[in-house]
Design a binder for this molecule. Sequence first.
Ligand SMILES: [Zn+2]
Length: 301
Amino acid sequence: MKKLTLKKIILLLFISSVFTLAVFLGLNNKNNFNSINNENDKRQSIILSVYKFYSIGFSVENRPINITEIGYGNDIGIVLIGCIHGDESNTGELVNMLKEKYLAAPELIPDNLRMYFLPEYNIDGKLNESRYNSNNVDLNRNFPVENWESDAYTDGCIQTSSGGTAPGSEPETAALIQWIINNVKKTVKHIVVISFHNQYSPTGVVQPGYIEYETPGDKSNPLAQFIAEKSGYIYLECWISDIQLTGELINWCETQGIVSVDLELPDNNSPETIPSGKTETTINTIEYVLEQLLLYYKISN
Ligand SMILES: [Zn+2]
């Protein structure tokens, strides 16, 4: 008898908690329904529900590498990367400003698109005001492409082990690769990566990823030309230096079928200033480029 009573009590408690939850959800839905009084509000609430802030891994000094993801489209994912070279801090500032803009107005992102902001990729380098990560590796020489070298040409000369101990040896490199393959590639059909650098003075430059040296990649080339045209920056088929650059991010992207460009800003000043010889601030120029890019990729329903 005693046992049965206990069971009854538990059952009653269960039923009453389910009822309370149902009433609560009902009221909540009602409130939401009242506040959603037109299509725009409805869309806004959908977008707000798909903001994501997360880290893709950790740096050598164990700092999180943070991403902000905005939008809910599954056709195209646009990845904006700042500070792959830690001392190029205005690239991080720029990606942060763009992130804030789209966080404040997510309705600017078309339904079929999704945007990923990675402002301080080389977070240790950024905080240490260094081009390199905390193992003294240039992350943009560490990606697993055919021409990878441990002793890489960087910052004007060949530097011992600046390409890392092996292709993809650095935690930051591994984190980005794993995230792209395991997350982004499974979420969107096509990926576009724009990696910001400084400085190509006074014009600014856009260069596509490639597989064969001096041959612009089929995937990335149209994007590089598009961005060059919209930004007024110079289009460069391939970065010609004294020695071939090895293990670069955008070239790894091209091997993965990912559309990718390096975008070198005209100076290392704040994006809110007008570079010498230009008529617009850097942030205005890049905002315009992105608007045009979103329009280009938008699928009209
Ligand atoms: Zn750079």
